[in-house]
Design a protein around this ligand. Structure first.
Ligand code: ADP
Ligand code: MG
Length: 237
């Protein structure tokens, strides 16, 4: 029995935190819309991976999470699927008010991959996704953000640039994901991350994913997450 990317189903999972929601066994256990269930089936995702079984009910319940798991364990869907539910749960708001979901990733390649995963699940709900990272025209990205979006996937440096240019505001942002936090720190993005977090309302839901938890990432997690559940998959962390 294998998970995606060779993960064994029996691989150790450690969960810590107060009042942790019970893990799910199938995608049917989540209160997903039929569009979302169809999109999941269309991806060929038959069963949730280990981290998805633990993380989906935690994130769907509105809790903050620290997810520690290696590459290939299916972390992207673990934050993208609940984000779609989170956005669909929002009352109708003016479309110009900036993204609801904000995802930071260390590199343009990763940001682009996450963007593609978001698009798979956002399409049928009419949710707009923008990706902003270096190597693409800042002016084009400025215009795209000005037109409005519900989700922005970004590298921290480029997002800061566009915030300074007032291409977007964080007034509507309530769902923040820091993906591959350890790599973002390795690349020197700690100040940018802190600045972005500081611009998002404190009652947001915050999700932090990392393959490892060095001291500086641990410290950030303590500062910016509220009563998080920590999920560790495998021999990492
Ligand atoms: P991570 O972020 O943990 O490195 P990804 O989210 O990139 O992992 O997922 C790794 C691969 O597994 C991707 O190709 C993704 O499409 C696939 N995947 C994710 N969830 C499932 C699932 N439940 N069933 C099958 N494949 C999945
Ligand atoms: Mg990933």
């Amino acid at each position: 029995e294998q998970d995606v990317a060779g993960y064994r189903k029996s691989m150790a999972i450690r969960v810590s935190g107060f009042d942790v929601p019970r893990p799910i066994k199938t995608f049917e256990d989540c209160s997903f819309s039929s569009q979302l269930k169809n999109a999941i089936a269309k991806q060929g995702y038959e069963k949730p991976t280990s981290i998805q079984c633990q993380a989906l009910p935690i994130v769907l319940s509105g809790r903050d999470i620290i997810g520690i798991a290696k590459t290939g364990s299916g972390k992207t869907a673990a934050f993208v699927l609940p984000m779609i539910v989170h956005i669909m749960d929002q009352p109708e708001l003016a479309k110009e008010e900036g993204p609801i979901g904000v995802i930071c990733a260390p590199t343009r390649e990763l940001a682009h991959q996450i963007y593609l995963e978001c698009k798979k699940f956002s399409k049928l709900h009419g949710i707009r996704v923008s990706a902003v990272y270096g190597g693409m025209s800042k002016l084009d990205q400025f215009k795209e953000l000005k037109a409005g979006c519900e989700i922005v996937v970004a590298t921290p440096g480029r997002l800061i640039d566009l915030l300074k240019m007032k291409a977007l505001t964080m007034l509507r942002a309530t769902y923040l994901v820091l993906d591959e936090a350890d790599r973002m720190f390795d690349l020197g993005f700690e100040p940018q991350i802190r600045s972005i977090v500081g611009q998002i309302r404190p009652d947001r839901q915050t999700l932090l994913f990392s393959a490892t938890m060095p001291g500086r990432v641990e410290k950030l997690a303590r500062e910016i997450l509220s009563d998080p559940v920590r999920v560790t998959v495998g021999e990492v962390g």
